[in-house]
Design a protein around this ligand. Structure first.
Ligand SMILES: Cc1ncc(COP(=O)(O)O)c(C=O)c1O
Length: 366
């Protein structure tokens, strides 16, 4: 899967870059510009990116910040951390910035690996970062999802051992799109954090009406909440994410970061700062995402494709009753999706793109 993503990028990366530059002129014209990836580039429904972003405010801020790129952006990064802290009712010392949230997941994994401890994680979740921790000596303990494709909190708790150093919860869960009930999640975190760090990945939380778990970090050193600007904020290629944790935990984490707070570029930081409180863009993205999702789920149903209810920008679906070769049809129509996540039931995932993207998808597979 990861290799496929890389190969695809290698093949199309330059083309995408070239086209983005020419489309810069059109940024000022539309409120939302969907021409960044132009027509001859495949429809990309693989990586849960925002097809409408970055927002106009982010684009303007990034363009302006280019001029200051001769200087390290330490001060700006600190300002961004302060703004994130304020938005979440925390102090700047509770926030650690990174070039993408993947680095924060990696740092958490390395904390577990330092003591050769085990990491408890759902069998079907966003677990790529665990591989690096395993290289350093951590053990992975996998727990199946519930029948309705949710993280199984009771089973995760039961799977914890004396050497468990970290438990990971992706909420909403990637690839299934399922969300946990707030009270159940809080109860789980309170219990599990007595024994190990609970790492909560909220990459898609802004697509839901759920509350973040970040308020728990004030009094609990064993909670780390990780968030990203790559999804609803439309800044995946800018590479910017962060962790929120108790100041003492941040102090442990930043020792495992090579360059604090220098990992975030001046340009990306400016884009993120402008995006942070751009509620109009968030609302617009959510509205457009909802419309494209409803359309796709309805059409999938007509084709006998069962979908798991999702409040994210991707859909988890079963190809068990679909008679054609789904992946071949995607390929021949230059649509990039993902592969099979669970053989049993042939479950796959598709990102919700623009309405036009989803119409192309449905046309291709009908
Ligand atoms: C659940 C989840 N967490 C983290 C990431 C990593 O995002 P980034 O490193 O771009 O912030 C992704 C990316 O797809 C994701 O789906």
């Amino acid at each position: 899967m990861e290799n496929n993503r890389r190969d695809w990028f290698k093949k199309t990366g330059l083309a995408v870059l070239g086209l983005s530059l020419t489309s810069l002129e059109s940024f000022a014209l539309d409120d939302i510009d969907v021409s960044v990836i132009a027509e001859d580039v495949p429809v990309r429904l693989s990586s849960n990116e925002n097809p409408y972003g970055p927002s106009q405010a982010s684009r303007a801020a990034m363009a302006a910040a280019v001029n200051g790129s001769n200087r390290y952006a330490w001060v700006q990064t600190e300002k961004l951390a302060e703004a994130i802290a304020k938005k979440n009712g925390l102090e700047a010392g509770n926030v650690l910035m990174s070039p993408g949230s993947m680095e924060m997941l990696d740092v958490a994994g390395r904390i577990a690996a330092k003591t050769k401890g085990s990491i408890v994680i759902s069998a079907n979740t966003f677990g790529y970062w665990v591989n690096a921790a395993m290289q350093l000596g951590a053990e992975r303990i996998e727990v199946p999802l519930t029948k309705d494709k949710k993280n199984d909190l009771d089973a995760l708790l039961k799977a914890m051992r004396a050497d468990t150093r970290l438990v990971y919860i992706c909420n909403p869960n990637n690839p299934t799109g399922t969300v946990l009930k707030t009270q159940e999640l809080i109860a789980f975190i309170n219990e599990a954090s007595k024994k190990a760090i609970v790492l909560v990945d909220e990459a898609y939380i802004e697509f839901t009406d759920e509350v973040s778990m970040c308020s728990l970090v004030k009094d609990n050193k064993n909670v780390i909440v990780v968030r990203t600007f790559s999804k609803i904020y439309g800044l995946a290629g800018a590479r910017i994410g962060y962790a929120m944790a108790h100041a003492d935990t941040i102090a442990v984490m930043d020792k495992l970061q090579a360059y604090i707070p220098g990992g975030v570029s001046a340009v990306s930081g400016a884009g993120a700062l402008a995006a942070l409180n751009d509620t109009a863009f968030i609302t617009k993205t959510r509205t457009l995402n909802e419309a494209a999702k409803s359309f796709t789920v309805q059409e999938f149903k007509k084709l006998g494709i069962e979908c798991i209810s999702t409040s994210t920008n991707f859909i988890y679906f079963s190809l068990a009753n679909y008679k054609k070769d789904f992946f071949k049809l995607l390929e021949s129509n230059k649509i990039e999706g993902t592969g099979i996540f669970e053989e049993d039931g042939k479950w796959s995932r598709i990102t919700i793109g623009t309405m036009e993207d989803m119409q192309k998808l449905i046309k291709a597979i009908s």
